[in-house]
Design a protein. Structure first.
Length: 340
């Protein structure tokens, strides 16, 4: 290995690395309908498709236990897993959790984590179906596997967007990112104090969005009730910019996102002003929102508006790129600058 050329992973980025890993692999089993490249793997299980997703959360990278309650971390772990199932228009059924645990964790701390897991499982009708535990030299590692299913005529991939489709978004953007910055600010302010008193009053919404997000099972149910099958869909966890680029790449299309249509909560604006930061940056690149970004034909516009879902743009022809349109008509190329 000493004399071989070394390529730094940073030169590829997360998604370039995933593409490189998956490229040499081909499906050998006829039941493997979709492997790498979407929110979940799709397996032919007879009358329905089985959906499988996996995720990894690492202490110091994905969460900081200085301010992240273990109950909330357990809850968020479940949400993170089942959101990938929802992004395929599926119903989450089971999760499996594997933990790498260092010696600084007590039995009571692990109990607290699983209290949150149990609360989320009860909230979303999902079963904890197993997992694994192992020793960790340093910190906590969480591996989440989620399983679900979907009717074959209702499966939604990232790759189905069509020209003129409406780009739809559930919920609002950037609040989780602002919540994270608030937590980091108060951590620094309280560092070294014997009796820390973090200043969280009035910021409950953005804290909830970061520490205890909700999965959008309600949206998948509402789409079914209204007879709508999106043409494409993705879980919005890495930031709007990254996710719209994923949809465009997989669908071989372009997109126009309108700046004045981005839904940003007043609490996000307030925190951004307090921190002297740009709420649009938070909306585009913040991530961790766990909302759903999806496309539907233009003919479904009335139904979508009736569901209270924001339409933030439309799909354009291949080769036109993904661009953010300002109120004065300028177009700015969208770049993935969020979590990698």
């Amino acid at each position: 290995m000493k004399n071989e050329h070394r390529t730094e992973i940073a030169t590829l980025g997360e998604f370039g690395l995933i593409d490189r890993i998956c490229k040499p692999f081909v499906a050998r089993n006829p039941t493997t309908v979709e492997g790498c490249g979407d929110d979940a793997a799709v397996i032919d299980a007879g009358d329905r498709y089985l959906l499988l997703s996996t995720d990894l959360m690492l202490e110091g990278v994905d969460f900081d236990l200085t301010y992240f309650p273990l109950q909330h971390l357990g809850y968020k772990s479940v949400v993170r897993g089942i959101s990938d199932i929802l992004a395929m228009n599926g119903t989450p059924r089971q999760i499996m959790l594997s933990l790498g645990i260092s010696s600084r964790f007590s039995v009571e701390m692990i109990d607290a984590f699983y209290e949150g897991v149990r609360a989320a499982c009860e909230r979303y009708g999902t079963d904890l179906a197993g997992g694994d535990t192992n020793a960790s030299i340093n910190g906590l590692a969480i591996g989440i596997t989620a399983a679900g299913d979907v009717a074959k005529d209702r499966i939604v991939y990232r790759s189905g967007a069509q020209t003129t489709d409406l780009i739809c978004l559930t919920g609002d953007l950037g609040a989780a990112y602002m919540g994270l910055h608030l937590l980091e600010r108060e951590k620094r302010a309280c560092d070294g104090h014997p009796d820390p008193q973090p200043q969280f009053a009035g910021h409950e919404y953005i804290l909830q969005r970061q520490l205890r997000p909700e999965a959008r099972t309600d949206i998948v149910a509402a789409l079914a009730e209204n007879g709508i099958v999106p043409t494409s869909m993705i879980d919005l966890s890495d930031g709007l910019a990254s996710e719209i680029l994923h949809l465009c790449k997989r669908s071989d299309k372009g997109a126009r996102i309108y700046l004045n249509r981005l839904p940003i909560a007043k609490e996000t604006y307030a925190m951004a002003e307090e921190l002297n930061s740009d709420p649009v940056v938070a909306a585009l690149n913040g991530g961790d929102d766990h909302e759903l970004l999806f496309t539907v034909p233009l003919s479904k516009q009335d139904e979508i508006f009736g569901m209270g879902i924001d339409v933030i743009g439309h799909i354009t022809d291949a080769g036109t790129g993904a661009r953010l349109v300002t109120p004065d008509g300028q177009e700015i190329a969208i770049r993935a600058q969020g979590w990698k």
